[in-house]
Design a binder for this molecule. Sequence first.
Ligand code: AHR
Length: 345
Amino acid sequence: MTKSIPRYLTGVATLAIIVSACSSAATTAPAATTAPAQPTQAAAGKTYDYKDMVVGFIQTGSESGWRAANTASFKEAATTKGVTLKFYDAQNKLENQVSAFHQFNQDPSVNVIVLAAIDVTGYDEVLKEAQANHKLVVLEDRRIDADQSLYYTYIGSDFIEEGHKSAAAMCDLLKDSAKKNVVEISGAVGASAAIDRAKGFREKMGDCGITITATQTGNWGVPESKAVMEAFLKQTHDIQGVFAHNDEEAIGAIQAIKEAGLKPGVDIKIIGLDATANGFKALIAGEMNADIECNPLLADQVYEAALKGLNGDTSMPKWVPSNEGQFFAAQGKDALEEILKTRKY
Ligand code: AHR
C-alpha cells in the first residue's frame, strides 16, 4: 500500500520568504530553538522578549488595499517591537500556504507562526506538525474550521456581524423603495470573510424584505467584479442594491453601473466593506452609500498575544474580535474628508 504523501510535501520545493530582521537577533537565533507547544515554556523558566520572537508570517497574498494595509502593519510593528519577521506571500494559493507552514515548522529559528488563512480548511496536518515542533500558532484576520487546541488564539473580525451591519444599512437605504432586489458580489470562495459576511447578511435581510437575486464571486478585485456586475446588468436592470464583500468589488460594480448609463449610489444603492481610502473616496463621491469597516491593523495585538503565549500565559481567549465602525455617504463630504485624513489605510 503506497503511503499518501502529506499535502505539504506536494507543494513548491523552496519558498520565497522575506526576512526582515529588526536586530542582529536574526543572525544569532535565540538559544531556545524549540519553542514551547503552546504556553509551557514559562515553566522552564525562560522569559521571552520581542527580540527573542522569530515569526513566520503566512499572508494570503496582495489582493486588496485592505491586504496591503494588513501586511504593512506587521512589517512596521515588527521593526518597532524588535521582532524578526519571516514574511511569506502565498499569492492566494492554499497549497503555497500549506507548504510555507511546513517550512516554518521545520525552521528551528521560528518560534511563532502567524496565519492569515485563505480557506477555512486544509491546515490540520501542518497545525499538528506545528504542535509537534513546539511552534506557537496565532491566527490573524480569518478564522478556520480547526480544533481550537491546534492554535493559541485568533485575532480578527466578526465577519457575521459585518454581514448584519451591511443588511441593516441596505434596509435603511431601500426603506422607501417598493422593490428590494439586491445582487451580491462575494469574496473568494472558501474564505471565512466571504462565508460569514454572506451568512450575516442573509440572517438580517428578511428584516425589511430584501431578496438576493444573484450572487457571484469577484475574488476581492475590481476588474473581476466589474465583469460580474456587467453580467448581472445584462440579465436585468431590476436591481435596487449591490452588496459587495469589499471596497474593490464595490468599485468594480460602480464602474459597470456607470457604463450602463445608470447612477451608482442613486439608481442602485451600493454597500462596500473594509472602509479603505478608496472606499472613502467612493463615499465622498456619493457613488457608494455605506462602507462597513474591517480593521487591517492587527499586528500589535497579534505580537502582544504571541509574546504572552511564549511566556506561558493561558488566560488568552481563543478569539479576540476586532473593533470596527461603519461609514455612510449621508455623513456628508466634509465630515468624511476629515475622517479620511485621520486614517492609516
Ligand atoms: O479578510 C478580510 C478581507 O480580505 C477583506 O475584506 C478583503 O479586502 C481582503 O481581501
